[in-house]
Design a protein. Sequence first.
Length: 584
Amino acid sequence: MSKPNASPPILIVGGGPSGLVLALALLHNGVPVRIIEKNAMPRLGQRGAGIMPRSLELFTSLRIIEEVMSSAILTPPVRLYKMPEGIEVVHEFEMSPRRSPTANNPYLNPVMLGQDKLEKIFHNALAAFGCSVELGTELLSFVQTDGRVRAKLIKRGMSQDMDSGEIEETMFEYMIGADGARGVVRKQLGLSFLGETRHVENFVVGDIIVEGLSQKYWHMWGEASDVLISLRATETPKLFNFVIGGRNVNYPRLAQNEDELKKCFYENTGRRTDLTFVEIPWMSQYTPNIRMVEKFGFGRVYVTGDAGHVHSPTGGQGMNTGIQDSFNLGWKLALVVKGIADHSLLDTFSEERIPVIAEMIAQTTKLLKKTLDNDEQALQTNGSLFQLGVNYRWSSIVVDERKKIEADREAIEDAYLKEFEFPDDEEEAEDPEILDSYGENHDGRLRAGDRAPDASGLTILSPPELQKQVCQLFQIYGPARHTVLIFADVVNARDVLNVLAAYPRNLLRTVVILSARKTKSGVNTEGADFVLEDRDGHATQAYCSAGVCGICIIRPDGVVGAIVKGATWTHRYFQGVFSARRNH
C-alpha cells in the first residue's frame, strides 16, 4: 500500500537509544518524525547500562534527567575474589571513585541503568509529543530520487512470521539509519565500514537472577587467561548483568545452553553452595567488532550510533557516543528541514563526529587489551571516558574571535621585531593545533567547540514571573534554540540585543548575565529572554574569565558555537549556520 502524502518529513530506522534521542531532539524542534523498529517486542535487559556524565547533561536538556536519576544507581564497587574457593575478597575498589559535583559540572559520576528501563523513559517522553515507535516494522529497501527518499517497508506487527506482512512504500525528505551494526541503511547506502573483527576475543553476555549474592557490589572471579566471571549488580533486586570471558571457555556451547551456563557459573565462582543461579532473561555470544564509517552519509540518508561505529564495550562509550551522534545531528537536521539552513550544514555532522569516533575506538581498543592482560587499570573509569572533554574545536562552523585578537597581537609583535635583525635565528614553523577530540590535554581554557559548562547559583531578575528564583544554565539550555550569553560587564548588552534582533526569536534565547555591581548600576536589558545575576561568579568564571569576549553562543547540542565580542563575528557565526549561502 502506498501513502505518498501521509508521512512526516523524517524516517528514523531503529528504535534503540540513538534513534530515540534523535526523535526527541527533532520533536523538541517541532519537526515530526516516524520511527520504526523491526523487533516486535521491546528489548530486554541491561546491555549498554553505563550512562556517562555527558549523557546525563544531555538528558537534562531533553528534560528527562529526573526520571533517569530516580531509576539509576551509582556504579557498584568491584570485589575480586580469591580462587579456587571464591569466597575471600582479595581486593575491593571503586571502578569510578565518587566525585562531588561542582558549579560547572553537576554530573561527575557515571550511573547504571538497564537499557530496557532507559528506553521506557524515552518512550514516555516521545508519547508527550504524540509519537510512538512502530514495533514490528522493517525497512526493506530505499532509493534517493528527486530530492526525496522512497522507502519500502514491511509491517509485520506482532507476527513472528517473517514471510508475511503488509508492504508500504512511502516518501520522506530524509531518512536516518539508527538500526545498528547489522542494519540495512548503511549497507544499502554503500558506506564503508573499516576495521576488524576480533575473533580471538569472545564473551558470553546477558542477565541472570542470582540468590545469595550481595546486591551492593560488582563481583569478579578468575582471570582472562583462564575463565573470567563478572556479575554486576543492577537496579533490579537479585538481577545481575554477567560477562563470561577467557581462553578456556566453550562460547558456542554456553550461549546455546542455559544449564551449561549455570554450571559454568557454579564451577568458576568456587562451587559455592550459598549461591543459586536461577533465571536467565537473555544471553548472547559477543565477538568484538572494531569498525567505523568514513562519513555518516550523503544526500538525504545518514546513519547514527552503532550503524556508524562498533567497538569493544570496555569503557562504556558505545551508547553514550551514539547519543552524542544524534544530538549533534538533530538540531542541524531540524534547521535544514525547516529551510533555515542549507542542506550542506549536514556535512558538519561527519566533520565534527568522525574524529571523536576515531579517538573513542582507539581508547576502547586499548582498554580491551588491558582487560585481557588482567590490568586492573582497565576496570577503572578515567576522566576522559566521562566524555565531558569531547569537543569540535576544528569545526568549520565554530567561531572564536579571540584567535583573531591573538593573531593581531602576533602581527604587531612580528612587525616590531622586523625592525631588528637576528641573523643567527632560524625561522621556526608554527605548530598546528593538535587534534584532541576527547580533550585529554585540555588546559582549562574554554574554546569554541567545547562542551558548554553549567553555572549554578544564578538569580533570575527577569522574566518577572520567575523573579528571585535561583537557577542553573543547564535549566535554560535546550535542544531547540541557540542560547546567547551576554556578559554585561564586558559588552554593551543593549547593543548586542539590537544585533540579535535581526534573527527570528524562535531560533534564539538571549540571556544577559550581570555581576552584583552591574545589577546595582543598572543595565538596559529590554527584550532579553532572561536576565540573571551571577552573584557567585560561576558563569563569569566558566565563560568569561579573560574578559576579552563577552558573548558566548551555545548551540542546541550544548556545545559552545562561538566566543565573540561584537556584531561582526556574531553575524559571522549565525550566517555560517542559518544562511543558505553554501554550495551543495
